[in-house]
Design a protein around this ligand. Structure first.
Ligand code: ADP
Length: 457
């Protein structure tokens, strides 16, 4: 096992990694930006190093500063968390050349899945269905129009190296596509350092279903069931749950086997997620693979009783997976609400400022992963996630009632949050009946009157 792990991240995920390290008996090094000097991940780590000013590009994304921090503290591994450097193969390579273990897949596997066009091709070869789309990047307008004509409108123009729901736009006709081509290209260039784009058929209101996997170095790959992440705004997840109300045992096994096959075909190691879209007619298509631990991993931990973070660190340290596929059992139901510093009444615009009151719920079946405390300052530099509120119960009904109760207990003052939005969703008849898809949030905004009266919880 590693002796000391440096956590190249901040916020709740940095705390989550520190907690896993504590339980494994591994010491920890936090890195932080200047405004994060007093944050909890710094206080909870055994050591800490300031790596630069507030803007992420000068601190959490500053590769030389992160590597230097690992060298001076003599850390033998780096955990990247999610976001920032988590899927940066150049960074993983640099760790390797400095004899620091990067906790994640090899740079080659990261590159294969990080290029969506290449990932699609690899999955197709492995016999996994992908959303119909162009086989290569689009070079010019003529190619885009020809590709869209073949697929049929509407189409989705996607950044080949995109992520986080950014650099993606839907076109209903050729005029829209012409206009969007340069927009998406320049957005992608600025955000991902590559302006490569390709086209996918735009599926109408699918469900987002993803499979958590873990792979050790010895060829064993296990899947841990699915998460349903269809409650989204702007292609970004707001609520995730496990299991999915739309997935039965047969589909779970089919998706799980596809995910394992896909991971195997890229030589995957570590924790990963294979994402699929499930259409209204029951077809499933691969969309992408995320080469990291994800924000929503706790719902899987709740229903499997496993600690995915510890497992991820153990396999990175060269330990074999200590369980077999048939050992994974899904029990009960878990729902996660992302509490973001955003104003749902203003189209989820970011909200910054100082949090004056921060009271989070407790009681049975509740897990809260957060780095926030009273007087915490929400800066504009980082993502807006304040807390992950997870409620779990014996079944979906209990998890829903518990989550409503938890949301009613939340008191956060000083910034706007997504709590009022979640309160509405958890009482919406479509959510309650499990009839959700990626168009749900938009349709909910349009038909607010469809709320069922709040039952006593
Ligand atoms: P990112 O890497 O930016 O997260 P993804 O490819 O994972 O992008 O897609 C994010 C979300 O965008 C999906 O969950 C889904 O809601 C929507 N989406 C992606 N591809 C399609 C598609 N072909 N048709 C309809 N919606 C899609």
């Amino acid at each position: 096992m590693f002796k000391k792990i440096l956590i190249a991240n901040r916020g709740e995920i940095a705390l989550r990694v520190i907690r896993a390290c504590r339980e494994l008996g591994v010491s920890t090094v936090a890195v932080h930006s200047e405004p994060d000097a007093d944050s909890l991940h710094v206080r909870f780590a055994d050591e800490y190093v300031c790596i630069g000013p507030g803007p992420a590009i000068q601190s959490y994304l500053n590769i030389p500063a992160v590597i230097a921090a690992a060298e001076i503290t003599d850390a033998d591994a780096i955990h990247p968390g999610y976001g920032f450097l988590a899927e940066n193969a150049d960074f993983a390579e640099m760790c390797e050349s400095c004899s620091i273990e990067f906790i994640g897949p090899t740079p080659a596997a990261t590159r294969k899945v990080g290029d969506k066009v290449e990932a699609r091709e690899t999955m197709l070869k492995a016999g996994i269905p992908v959303v119909p789309g162009t086989a290569s990047n689009i070079e010019d307008e003529a190619e885009a129009l020809a590709g869209a004509e073949e697929l049929g409108y509407p189409v989705l123009l996607k950044s080949t190296h995109g992520g986080g729901g950014r650099g993606m736009k839907m076109a209903r006709d050729s005029d829209e596509l012409r206009n969007l081509l340069s927009v998406v290209r320049s957005e992608a260039g600025a955000a991902f350092g590559s302006s490569a784009v390709y086209l996918e058929k735009y599926l109408e209101r699918p469900r987002h279903i993803e499979i958590q996997i873990m792979a050790d170095r010895y060829g064993r790959i296990i899947y841990f069931g699915e998460r349903e992440c269809s409650v989204q705004r702007r292609y970004q997840k707001l609520i995730e749950e496990a299991p999915s109300p739309a997935v039965d045992d047969e589909l779970r096994a089919r998706l799980g086997e596809m995910a394992v096959r896909g991971a195997r075909s890229v030589g995957y190691e570590g924790a990963g997620t294979v994402e699929f879209l499930l259409t209204r007619t029951g077809d499933v298509y691969f969309i992408e693979m995320n080469a990291r631990i994800q924000v929503e991993h706790p719902v899987t931990e709740c229903v499997t009783g496993l600690d995915l973070l510890k497992m991820q660190i153990q396999v990175a340290a060269g330990e074999p997976l200590g369980l077999e596929q048939q050992d994974v059992e899904i029990r009960g139901h878990a729902i996660e609400c992302r509490i973001n510093a955003e104003d749902p009444a203003r189209n989820f615009a970011a909200s910054t400022g100082t949090i004056r009151t921060f009271h989070v719920p407790g009681g049975p079946g509740v897990r809260i992963d957060t780095h926030v405390h009273p007087e915490y300052v929400v800066y504009p530099y980082y993502d807006s996630l304040l807390a992950k509120l997870i409620a779990f119960g014996q079944d979906r009904n209990e998890a829903i009632r518990r989550m409503r109760r938890c949301l009613d207990e939340c008191v956060i003052e000083g910034v706007s949050t997504t709590v009022p939005f979640h309160r509405r969703v958890l009482r919406h008849e479509r959510f309650v009946s499990g009839d959700i898809d990626t168009g749900f949030v938009d349709s909910m905004e349009m038909e607010k009157e469809k709320m069922v009266p709040s039952p006593a919880t």
